[in-house]
Design a protein around this ligand. Sequence first.
Ligand code: ATP
Length: 460
Amino acid sequence: MDDKNDLMEKLVSLSKRRGFVFPSSEIYGGFSAVYDYGPLGAELANNIKAAWWKEMVHEREEIVGLDSSIFMSPKIWEASGHVSGFSDPLTECKVCHTRSRVDHLLEEIDVFADEKMSEDEINKLLDDNKGKVKCPKCGNSDFTPSKSFNLLVKSNLGNFTGDTDADPVYLRGETCQGIYVNYKNVLDSMHVKIPFGIAQIGKAFRNEVTARQFIFRTREFEQMEMQYFVHPDEAISFFKIWKERRMDYYKKLGINMENLRWHEHENLVFYAKAAFDIEYKYPFGWKELEGVHARGDYDLTQHCKHSGQKLEYVDQVKGEKFTPHIVETSVGVGRTMLMVMADAYTEEEVGDDTRVVMKFAKHLAPIKIAVLPLSKKDELIEPARKIFNSLSGTWHTDFDATQSIGKRYRRQDEIGTPYCITVDFDTLEDGAVTVRDRDTMAQERIKIEELIKYFEEKLG
Ligand code: ATP
C-alpha cells in the first residue's frame, strides 16, 4: 500500500474511531455518498464555518450574511441553466456495471475533459482513448457511450399529485442562487453600496455519479459561498484581490502552503470572465478545494429576464445605472475539513511508541483544553471539576478521569486538543496544575488562579 492511500485509510479510521465522521445510516447497511459528522466532527465543522464567517462577514464592513432556504421556486433553476445544463458525463462499465464520470476516467490518463463539453466531444475522446481508459472497479475497458446526467435532486415538496416527475421541485444544487435572488432585498434593506458582498453557508445537494472519496465528494454537502457585486469595469481587479485574500486565508487556517496551488480553468463557460480553483494536495492527488470566479453579469441578467424584475444598480452620485458583475468565492465545508485533517495528521516517534497527533490550528481544534485529574479520588475530582467549570464557559473543555495519564494524553493528542491540565496531589499543596502543550509536549506548572489569563494568551 502506498503512503497516500495509507494516509487516507488512517484518516477514515481515525474519523470513525474518534467521532469525527460516521458513514450515514450505518446500522441499516449504509447510504452511499452521505456522511454524518460525529461529536468531534460537528465541533470541527462548526469551527471551520465560524472562521470563514468571521473572515468573510464580521471582519468586512461591506459584506453581509444571508441564510436562504434550501427549497426555492423551480423557476430559479430554469433561469440559472441548471435544469437544462447542470450535468456530468456518465458512462457504465459493460462488465461490472460500475458507473463513472467520463471526465474523471480521462483525467486518470491525463486527457483533459470537462462537463462543459458536448456529448459528442466527450464521446470522441472516449473513443480516441479506447483501451487506455479503465474501469476503476474491475479494470476492464468496455464502456457504454457517455450520456449527460443531470445533477439536480428532485423532491415532491408541495406536490400532492402522486407524480413526482410532474412539476418537480429541486433541493438546491448550490447556495449562491439564494444570494442572487435576494440581491434586491439586501440592497433595499441594508443600504449597501457597490462594491459589496453577500455571504452564506448552507447545504447543497447533487446527484453525484461517482462519490468515492470520503467527505471530498458527497451528495449532500455544505457550501460557504460569497458573491461580491461590483461595477463591470472593476470586475477583474476585484477578482485578483479576492484571489489573493482567499489564498492568504488558508495561511491563517494553518495549512501548509506547499499543499495548495492555483489551477486556471482550461475551458471557461461562455459568460465567465476568469475562473481559477484553489487546489489542495489531498491524499488521492491535487483536487479542487475552492473556486474563485469572475461570473460577469450572467446571474443577475438571467434572473432579471426570467422574473421580469429589474435587478440593476443605480449609482446616485454618478447618475449611472448598470447590472453589477459578480466575483464569487465558493468552498465546501467537507472538502475544507478533509484538508484540515489531512494537513494536521502527524505521527511522531516518542521513545518506543508512535504518537498520533492532530496538529490543528488552535482555533479549529474541536476541544481546546482537557482537564485530567490524576486520580479518581474525590480530593482531586473536586478541584478538577472547579477548574473545568471555570474554563468551559469560554473554551470547549473536556473532563477525563479514566485510564492512565499517558493514555489520556495520547487520546487528546489524537483529537488535536492543544492543552491538557493535570490535577495531582501536589495541587492540594501548591494550588498549581501541570499544563501540557500538545505540539511540544512541554509541561509547565501554572497557579490555578492564573489559568484564565494563561489561556487567554494562548488561545485568545
Ligand atoms: P467538482 O469539479 O469537484 O465536481 P465543482 O466545480 O462542480 O466541483 P462547484 O460547483 O464550483 O464545484 O462548487 C463549489 C465548491 O463546492 C467546490 O469547490 C467544493 O468545495 C464544493 N463542492 C462541490 N461539489 C461538492 C460535493 N459533491 N461534495 C462536497 N463538496 C462539493
